[in-house]
Design a protein. Structure first.
Length: 67
């Protein structure tokens, strides 16, 4: 079973995004309220982009298999 070339990128983006979300929660719990914009951006958009790329990779793989 081969992994699509897009899948490692999707997993990496999703993982970095989840780590950013965890960092936001931890920093907020420690009393920091003015977080950097890049951290908010990473926590907001990277998991969604990673999930989207993962779905595209799986759909492309399934269509390639049927042909």
């Amino acid at each position: 079973m081969t992994v699509p070339k897009l899948m490692p990128l999707a997993i990496g983006l999703f993982a970095v995004g989840v780590l950013a979300i965890i960092a936001v929660f931890v920093l907020f719990a420690l009393g920091h309220s003015d977080l950097p914009a890049w951290l908010n951006f990473a926590g907001t958009y990277l998991p969604a982009i990673g999930l989207g790329l993962g779905i595209v990779a799986v759909i492309r793989k399934s269509r390639r298999k049927k042909s």
